[in-house]
Design a protein around this ligand. Structure first.
Ligand code: PHE
Length: 358
C-alpha cells in the first residue's frame, strides 16, 4: 500500500510544481493517461483476489479523484495567473496627461462642422445624415424642382450612368435632400442639422467640384419667419464670436422655400483685410426660408397643420471668413504645411460654453 501513498505524494508534488499549462498536461498524462502510472496500477487489479481487489480499487479511486481535483485546481490558478499577467502588461494609465507633442491636426473643415453642430446642438438640434449618391426625387423633385425646372440647370449636376428604368442617380448637389429624408422618416416636431459633402460640376477660383454644406430644418405647428431670424442671428454671433454683427435678410428665391432669403453679414475690407462686424460691405453666407407647402406635401405632411424653416450654408465659406483662409482650393490640396498652419489641436473639442476656437 505505501507505494500508492508515495506515488500520490509524488504526483501531487508534480502537479503543484507545474509552472505552465503544458507542464501540467504532461503531469496529467504521466498519472492518468492511457499509459499513466495510476492507470497502470488499475490494470493490475485483475490479478488480485476479490477482497484485495475491492480494497485496492477503492484506494486507487480515491487517489485518482484527488489527483484529478488537484490538476483542476492547478489549471485554474495557472490560467488566473496568466490572465493577471496579461492584464497587468496591457494596463493603461488613463489619468496620464495627453501627449503635448501629438502629431496631426484637425482640418478646418472638420473644425468648422464641429463648431456649427455644437452651436445648433446647444439650441436643441440633432444631427441627421443622408447619402451622397441621391436619386432624383430626393435631390430635386420632392424639393419642388420638377423635371425641366430651370433650377436644375443652376445646379451643375454630376449624373451617374442611366439605370434600366431610364432614371439616373446624382451626386447630391446640396444637403437639402436630407430635409426630405428627415420629414419622410420622422414625425414633427423636427429640429435637425445635416452637415456633409456636396458636389457640383464646377471648378475655378471660388468653386471646387466637392464642397461641404450644413442644412438646417425646423418643422412644427407654429414656427415662423421670426424664429428663423432669431435662430440664425444667434448662430452668427456665436459662430463668429463677435456680438452685434450686422445681419441682413435679403429677399431671394429657392424653389423649396417661400418666402426665401439670403443672409449677408456686415464686414469691412479696409486695407485689403477682411473684418467681420460693422463696416461698409456685406458678405453673403447662407440661404434660407420657410419650407414650401409643396415640399411638405411631397413628404406626406399637411401644410395646413405643419410649417417651419430651412437653411443651407457653405462650410468652406464660413471657415474662410472666420479663419482668414484666402483661397478655397487650398482646403483640398492635402498640403501638410497648410494644415499645420490652419489646423486645430485634436483634443480641443469645440463647445459653446468651453470655447469654440482656441
Ligand atoms: N440648398 C440651397 C443651396 O444649395 C441652400 C438652401 C437650403 C436654401 C435651405 C434655402 C433653404 O443653395
Amino acid at each position: 500500500m505505501d507505494n500508492l501513498e508515495s506515488l500520490r505524494d509524488e504526483m501531487l508534488a508534480a502537479v503543484n510544481a507545474a509552472a505552465s499549462l503544458a507542464d501540467l498536461d504532461e503531469v496529467r498524462v504521466a498519472a492518468l493517461g492511457k499509459k499513466g502510472r495510476v492507470t497502470g496500477l488499475m490494470k493490475e487489479l485483475g490479478g488480485l483476489d476479490p477482497d484485495a481487489r475491492r480494497a485496492r480499487g477503492q484506494a486507487l479511486n480515491v487517489v485518482k479523484d484527488e489527483l484529478a481535483a488537484a490538476l483542476d485546481a492547478r489549471r485554474q490558478s495557472l490560467e488566473d495567473a496568466a490572465l493577471e499577467a496579461q492584464l497587468a502588461a496591457e494596463s493603461l494609465d488613463v489619468t496620464l496627461p495627453a501627449r503635448p507633442d501629438a502629431q496631426g491636426m484637425i482640418h478646418p473643415i472638420s473644425q468648422t462642422m464641429d463648431e456649427v453642430t455644437a452651436i445648433f446642438a446647444q439650441m436643441g438640434f440633432t444631427v441627421a445624415e443622408g447619402p451622397e449618391i441621391e436619386d432624383d426625387f430626393h435631390n430635386f423633385t420632392a424639393l419642388n424642382i420638377p423635371p425641366e425646372h430651370p433650377a436644375r440647370q443652376m445646379h451643375d449636376t454630376f449624373y451617374l450612368p442611366e439605370q434600366a428604368d431610364g432614371s439616373r442617380y446624382v451626386l447630391r448637389t446640396h444637403t437639402s435632400p436630407v430635409q426630405i429624408r428627415t420629414m419622410v422618416g420622422q414625425k414633427p416636431p423636427i429640429r435637425i442639422v445635416a452637415p456633409g459633402r456636396t458636389y457640383r460640376c464646377d471648378s475655378d477660383m471660388t468653386h471646387t467640384p466637392m464642397f461641404h454644406q450644413i442644412e438646417g430644418l425646423v418643422i412644427d405647428k407654429t414656427t415662423n419667419f421670426g424664429h428663423l431670424k432669431g435662430c440664425l442671428i444667434e448662430f452668427i454671433e456665436t459662430y463668429f464670436e463677435v456680438s452685434n454683427v450686422p445681419v441682413r435678410f435679403r429677399p431671394s428665391f429657392f424653389p423649396f422655400t417661400e418666402p426665401s432669403a439670403e443672409v449677408d453679414i456686415g464686414c469691412s475690407r479696409k486695407g485689403g483685410e477682411l473684418h467681420i462686424g460693422a463696416g461698409a460691405d456685406w458678405l453673403e453666407i447662407l440661404g434660407c426660408g420657410m419650407v414650401h407647402p409643396n415640399v411638405l406635401i411631397a413628404c406626406g405632411l399637411d401644410p395646413a397643420e405643419y410649417q417651419g424653416f430651412a437653411f443651407g450654408m457653405g462650410i468652406e465659406r464660413i471657415a474662410m471668413l472666420k479663419y482668414g483662409i484666402p483661397d478655397l482650393r487650398t482646403f483640398f490640396d492635402a498640403d501638410l504645411r497648410w494644415l499645420r498652419h490652419y489646423g486645430f489641436v485634436p483634443l480641443d473639442l469645440p463647445t459653446v460654453t468651453g470655447g469654440l476656437s482656441r
